[in-house]
Write a protein of this length. Structure first.
Length: 461
């Protein structure tokens, strides 16, 4: 036995968490959290809730950027991990074929019957990297098309199809790529006619801003891509596994059958990192065309037993507990009740999304006083008003949300897919209280806005 005691280590040094991060990790993260009042100390979590040291509960409407699809510490997933550890499996020998990867691949493919094979990696960005490599090799073409404002990951290949300059700046050169406006079929056809396009990667609902693809766009894009022998790649890293009220978000549009589909996040159960790229048989057979190429694309920790057990447990829970149907029903209720507020609050401009992926957009008000305050924030930095809503939701109502992207006046709600009417009620009560304060000139809220303006102008320590 060693002297390692995890419980004692956390008890002795857990209070140093923010200082340790500032000294040894990304020093801007604790600084940012402190500025916006998010520097909380959470002690435990279960389902859709956190608890702090005073035993106050916090409603999680962020789900770890979508990772916690089943909430935190689901007992079935937790038990599966205990079981796989207790089984003492000969994991990651690299020169055998264990049963769990094959079983999880078989189960995943049952939700996309037009696809045939799966590659397992460790994250969403790895799933996208796999799709990009496979598309380029299978077609023999170098260029990938993507949408403006897209987010597909931050490794170099995935960054090449990232639609935001703020992420790309300083990391060139990247892969050959071209950005298109989502929904612009004429631009897509124009690029395809050049003959060098391997594929088009698209989020059925963009995470940044929560923008669904226009009706009919995916089907029409698929037809153009097939005509020009290029591949349709659906990035379902955030939208997949029931998030939008169907198992995959591309299934909202009849007849759409992507050549490659990327998944991750919720497949992990919130425990073990996992990513998967589903694809057609002919693509995999081109990439792995001979025994010499058996390891031409692989991942050291890909298909490990813990990740595979977690994935199998997640899919079992989704079926047993009707998770996809719950996401559809609860999401419809949440959007319906939020949409009903648009006429009440002039700062509230739009509510959109599908299932439990919801965007709440704010915009320029009409009344003189509110317009002046709005203009002050916009002059400093677009997106600050959305932060004014997110901050009191956490600080005064104990609800965790996020601004949907840099320079966006949009809040994105991606809660655990297990939430129900109780959580919808709690969020709506808090949201209306915050909006009432904003429209009635609540001092605390707008004072915080001035603090954020100073931070933007570099006047904070």
């Amino acid at each position: 036995m060693t002297g390692f005691d995890l419980a004692k280590l956390l008890a002795d040094r857990g209070a140093e968490r923010y200082d340790l991060h500032a000294r040894h990790l990304n020093h801007q993260l604790p600084r940012m959290l402190g500025t916006i009042g998010f520097d909380k100390v959470y002690e435990r979590a279960e389902g859709a809730y956190f608890w702090d040291s005073d035993d106050q509960d916090y409603l999680d409407m962020l789900a770890g950027f979508g990772v916690m699809g089943l909430g935190r510490h689901h007992p079935v997933v937790r038990q599966a991990l205990h079981d796989v550890l207790d089984a003492d499996l000969p994991d990651l020998t690299r020169f055998d074929c264990q049963p769990l990867p094959g079983l999880l691949a078989e189960k995943l493919l049952s939700y996309a019957p037009h696809l045939d094979r799966v590659f397992f990696g460790n994250s969403g960005t790895e799933a996208v990297e796999t799709a990009l490599k496979f598309a380029r090799y299978a077609t023999g073409k170098p260029r990938i098309l993507y949408c403006t404002h897209a987010f597909h990951g931050l490794t170099t290949g995935a960054l090449s199809v990232n639609g935001e300059d703020g992420f790309r700046d300083g990391f060139a050169p990247l892969l050959p790529d071209t950005a298109l406006e989502m929904g612009d079929l004429a631009a897509l056809e124009r690029e395809l006619k050049r003959g060098d396009v391997a594929g088009f990667v698209v989020e059925p609902i963009q995470g940044k801003g929560v923008h669904p693809t226009p009706p009919g766009f995916l089907g029409a894009a698929q037809e153009l891509l097939r005509k020009h022998k290029a591949l349709l790649i659906a990035d379902e890293v955030q939208t997949g596994l029931g998030r939008t009220g169907d198992f995959f978000a591309y299934q909202h549009e009849d007849g759409v059958e992507p050549d490659l589909v990327c998944v991750a996040k919720a497949l992990s159960g919130g425990y073990v990192p996992v990513g998967a790229t589903l694809g057609k048989d002919w693509i995999f057979k081109k990439v792995y065309s001979s025994m010499d190429r058996v390891l031409v694309h692989s991942a050291s920790f890909g298909a490990n037993a813990q990740a595979m057990a977690a994935g199998l447990a997640v899919l079992a829970v989704m079926e047993d507990e009707g998770i996809v149907a719950n996401a559809r029903h609860t999401g419809d209720l949440l959007r319906e009740r939020l949409s009903a507020l648009i006429g009440t609050y002039e700062l509230l401009h739009d509510v959109r999304g599908r299932g439990l992926m919801v965007g709440i957009e704010f915009g320029r008000p009409k009344s003189l006083v509110l317009r002046g305050r709005w203009t002050m924030l916009q002059a400093a930095r677009k997106g600050l008003f959305a932060q004014l809503v997110v901050a009191p939701l956490l600080q005064r109502h104990r609800i965790l949300t996020q601004v949907s992207g840099d320079h966006l006046e949009v809040i994105k709600l991606i809660p655990p897919l297990i939430i129900g009417e109780r959580e919808v009620d709690r969020f709506l009560q808090a949201f209306t209280a915050v909006m009432d304060e904003a429209h009635n000139g609540g001092g605390l809220m707008w004072d915080f806005g001035r603090t954020l303006v100073k931070a933007q102008l570099g006047r904070l320590d």
